[in-house]
Design a binder for this molecule. Structure first.
Ligand SMILES: [Zn+2]
Length: 201
């Protein structure tokens, strides 16, 4: 907690959870080495909180029907696809979603379970190739109580982490918003998806 008299809270509400960290580490290598303020993305629109759990309200059902650049889709698989999170916990934060609208991991078919696993591993390889993170958080929030912002449509988070990225908060207040950076990241990741070395056999 900041001491009295210091800067006010500068974090973001991400997936319904108030997030004060982490952000891009200042020493993270290019091309993600720019300062930016992801919490400003709430003004850009897109993955807005649905009014209800229906397909018509669901941004993860709508995204595949839009252009990759517009919906920030990085890769399209058979039963699942990969897109940038509009409200990232960190730069390069990807989501792996089934095309099918369902909330719970136990409802996934064998193919969906397998492909979401394969795409998650590939997303890690691609982000490693492009941005050299030191680690990752992987995970699915099951239900709103668990922190899922869009709980009606399953999605797996792939969040790159850099050593010390949680200590970047004090600098955020002085950074300039760069919303188009998500589009630039998508471009880099989509290219790397087909080109980055793979460890699968
Ligand atoms: Zn959906």
């Amino acid at each position: 907690m900041p001491a009295a008299g210091t800067a006010p809270f500068q974090g973001a509400v991400v997936d319904g959870v108030r997030v004060e960290l982490p952000f891009q580490h200042p020493q993270a290598p290019e091309p993600f080495g720019r300062l930016w303020t992801p919490h400003r993305m709430v003004y850009i629109g897109g993955q807005d909180k649905p009014k209800d759990a229906s397909v018509s309200q669901c941004p993860f059902c709508a995204a595949p029907g839009r252009a990759d650049e517009e919906a920030l889709v990085v890769h399209r698989g058979e039963s699942a696809y990969v897109l940038m999170n509009l409200y990232p916990y960190n730069t390069g934060h990807l989501l792996v979603c089934p095309y099918r609208h369902f909330p719970d991991w136990t409802q996934a078919t064998v193919q969906e379970r397998a492909e979401i696993g394969v795409l998650t591993a590939r997303a890690m390889e691609v982000v490693r190739h492009v941005a050299h993170p030191h680690g990752f958080n992987l995970g699915m929030n099951q239900g709103e109580v668990a922190g899922a912002g869009i709980s009606a449509h399953l999605h797996q988070h792939v969040v790159p982490r850099w050593t010390g990225d949680a200590n970047f908060m004090p600098l955020i207040g002085r950074t300039k918003p760069v919303p188009q950076l998500l589009g630039e990241q998508r471009e880099l990741l989509a290219q790397a998806w087909d080109q980055a070395p793979s460890s699968s056999h």
